[in-house]
Design a binder for this molecule. Structure first.
Ligand SMILES: [Zn+2]
Ligand SMILES: [Zn+2]
Length: 255
């Protein structure tokens, strides 16, 4: 029921967001469909189908497979993550990869609305929404937040409570929390680093300034992209050390 209503809320957004000009090619968009992203991209740039995150995947890290049943991937069998599970709205490719680049590095903030609706739909599809106490967008270090001007992860969830209320007719039991997890060390760019180097890069990158807000809580981390999972896993490590009972992650795109 909730999933169906979440879908209705998401579908209803198509007509409301209407920048008119395709962010991909600059052409005028004649009419959007019930896909929220069709308000930002023309049908040609959207492609025949969005790369929706779907089975089969690794139930732990969310790595997608070409075929077969869901199964733990080799990496998770070898080194289990701190997180319980990772789920996504999309695979990181095609128009989604392009759109995320425009959003993050060129501040195309009109994408925030369709993105958060797709992300909310993935939240309703892949998780028991009421299992969580806190939703924490992965924070940026202050220096990066200053240069970029916004935290893309926060922009993906800031209206989640309202979307939940629209879909379920009541307020959620979880809260969006942007103060209980902090990025305390500026990390060098993760691009081009392998898993080991990323992990080292992220050591002690996060802190919980108020551990009493984390203790005993089931937490959902939110980020834009998950590649190796090192960033979310490092955050989960810090949260578990602060007394969290469980940490999962929801991302817009899984690489
Ligand atoms: Zn286009
Ligand atoms: Zn895995």
């Amino acid at each position: 029921m909730i999933k169906k209503m979440a879908k209705a809320v998401v579908a209803g957004m198509g007509e409301l967001v209407f920048p008119d000009i395709c962010l991909g090619c600059g052409k005028y968009i004649k009419n959007s469909t019930d896909n929220p992203l069709s308000a930002c991209f023309c049908p040609t740039c959207l492609g025949p189908a969005l790369p929706v995150f779907d089975h089969p995947f690794c139930p732990a890290c969310g790595r997608c497979f070409e075929s077969g049943p869901d199964h733990l991937c080799g990496a998770c069998l070898e080194t289990p993550m701190v997180m319980d599970s990772v789920r996504a709205a999309f695979m990181y490719k095609d128009v989604i990869q392009k759109a995320l680049g425009l959003f993050k590095y060129q501040s195309k903030l009109s994408l925030a609305r369709p993105f958060e609706r797709h992300l909310f739909q993935a939240f309703a599809t892949h998780f028991e929404m009421n299992a969580f106490d806190l939703i924490l967008p992965i924070p940026l270090h202050a220096s990066k937040a200053k240069s970029r001007g916004f935290n893309q992860a926060y922009f993906l969830v800031r209206n989640f409570s309202r979307l939940y209320k629209d879909a379920c007719g009541r307020m959620p039991q979880w809260r969006i929390d942007i103060v209980s997890l902090a990025r305390v060390r500026a990390t060098v760019s993760q691009t081009g680093l392998d898993y080991k180097a990323r992990k080292k890069n992220l050591t002690q990158a996060f802190a919980c300034p108020k551990p009493e807000r984390i203790k005993g809580k089931n937490i959902l981390l939110v980020d834009d992209v998950l590649t190796t999972g090192a960033t979310c896993n490092a955050a989960a490590h810090t949260l578990m050390d602060a007394g969290a009972v469980g940490v999962s992650a929801l991302v817009l795109a899984r690489a």
